[in-house]
Design a binder for this molecule. Sequence first.
Ligand code: COA
Ligand code: AMP
Length: 630
Amino acid sequence: MGYKDVYEAWQANPEAFWMEAAQAIDWDKAPSKALFDENAPLYEWFSDGMVNTCWNAVDRHVEGGRADQVAVIYDSPITGRQEKITYAQLKDRVASLAGALVAKGVTKGDRVIIYMPMVAEALVAMLAVTRIGAVHSVVFGGFASNELAVRIDDAQPKAIIAASCGLEPGRIVPYKPLLDGAIELSAHKPDFTLILQREEHPAELIPGRDFDWNEAQQGVAPADCVPVEGNHPAYILYTSGTTGQPKGVIRHTGGHLVALNWTMKNLYNVDPGEVFWAASDVGWVVGHSYITYGPLIAGNTTIVFEGKPIGTPDAGTFWRVISEHNVKSFFTAPTAFRAVKREDPKGEFVKKYDLSCLKQVYLAGERADPDTIVWAQDQLKVPVIDHWWQTETGFAIAANPLGIEELPVKLGSPSVPMPGFQVDILDEGGHPMPAGELGAIAIKLPLPPGTLPTLWNAEDRFKKSYLNTFPGYYETGDAGYKDEDGYVYIMARTDDVINVAGHRLSTGAMEEVLASHPDVAECAVIGVTDQLKGQLPLGLVCLNAGADRPDAEVTAECVKLVREKIGPVAAFKLCAVVDRLPKTRSGKILRATMVSIADGKEYKMPATIDDPAILDEIREALSDMGYSKA
Ligand code: COA
Ligand code: AMP
């Protein structure tokens, strides 16, 4: 069967399609049906089945003949350490940690926040939590205390599992002070924390609250897998919305298992036993789906890479890891390839390694620019597949499903909708647009298994953010078009979300931080185009009357404040003082116009602009920062 047959089979009978896919999962009690639509427009999948995530990702492989197969390879060019963990060893480690959590009172449904760098223990922690039916929420290590505190207050975790530190090239990031600061800031307090002490920077533990990862496991009985309902949350993952309050995307257990398992062969073209590597971070959805769960559910070997595409130690790191660990499918962000390409345009490092094991490469997280794809194709001589998805969907909405059929690659397009997703381009009134015309990208409800059923503690926000604009559809927040062959093109966001080095960030959240500076009267943060990172945030601030400090002093403080409040990952380094911000007569700040000016693009003077002269001042400020060079 080719792609078209598979897609049409899904369209003709989604229920049969997903029930068949569900057979690849070990259920404690099989679900009676796939879709539960009683509460439409809220949908659930496999709700009445009983199942455990960890059993499917670990134990069943041990029982099924993969006990001695390597499940996880930890490779850290930063520490120089490597470790290989078999499925049998992984099971023991996970069961032991799960036992420690149980001994401390964590039970089914309790939330556990995980704040860890790219070490194998991060996967052990995730699996230990799902093993006992608790719900994890992993927080990316590049977020600062305040962001962690917001997540603690929303998820209300019983426990937090953290490492003593993370390692960035040339810099140790002590996590414990960030964790302590977050717990101090949050209204909700966890009962306890478990701390993985790393030799690079052990942390001081607070007696009675903080427990050592190893000591907590001594003398406790390993915990067994706890079967949970198909609609029990496996995890919550917070992602940026338009405000400073992140959205808690929920992933239900049953659909998550079924959908991810389906993608490993059909999309990523790996069979059980083969090595799959996603060079992302467990703090992002790519890390959840394709470092931890997808590959393990399907019985692959996954790689936990603690390093960067360049500088650890050089632009050949990716190729070294692929060659050394026999990687068949590799997944990364376009920005990572842009970084490598910049250092090694001719691919001198590529030539140093035997990459015959590598059969295909996947890119996602941001728009894949044609130059980068062509460079990767030329260097690696394998299909380079752009695919489009979001934290909300948990797996690809559009892709080129190599395991089914290799479709022609069209540069600039992440190819075609995957089974489960009917992708339509809508005009403002919600009417489908003809091929080639730009509109809002929406997905016909119900979304498939494995996608978000709602937001944690925020059903109204879920409906408002995703369902209300186009009744009967899920609004992706992306704009684009489809061509005559049904290929999708993702052109821009329709909201205030920007994409910095494949990381999704909210300009609204940064504006909230800037507005808290005592000298700032009002501000705007826009995403300007950057050659390496795709976009960079740039802040324009107006100062309070009477603020007579030098502009440079205030902007330096603004930069520091965003780093402290959101974290280094925001990469907020561009900030300027302006007298006024351009607005419409009704007071709406004209961010899109400023983005066009910064990027040197043509723009139409908005008819509703209050005072066109302000744009000249903005142009000058942007030009001083190296932007606005048409
Ligand atoms: N913990 C603490 N700090 C972190 C961090 C973490 N887990 N991850 C990033 N940071 C810090 C970095 O050290 C950097 O700090 P600095 O301002 O002191 O230099 C800052 O956050 C910005 O990081 P980043 O955006 O990663 O930029 P970079 O300049 O260090 O590296 C790239 C540039 C392109 C190499 C890098 O962004 C990259 O590898 N991107 C790929 C992203 C990716 O895989 N995304 C997953 C989606 S699929
Ligand atoms: P995240 O939730 O962090 O995965 O970010 C999702 C957003 O990243 C999407 O809504 C898009 O705006 C963007 N994105 C992800 N993958 C792609 C892609 N292949 N092409 C274009 N944009 C993408």
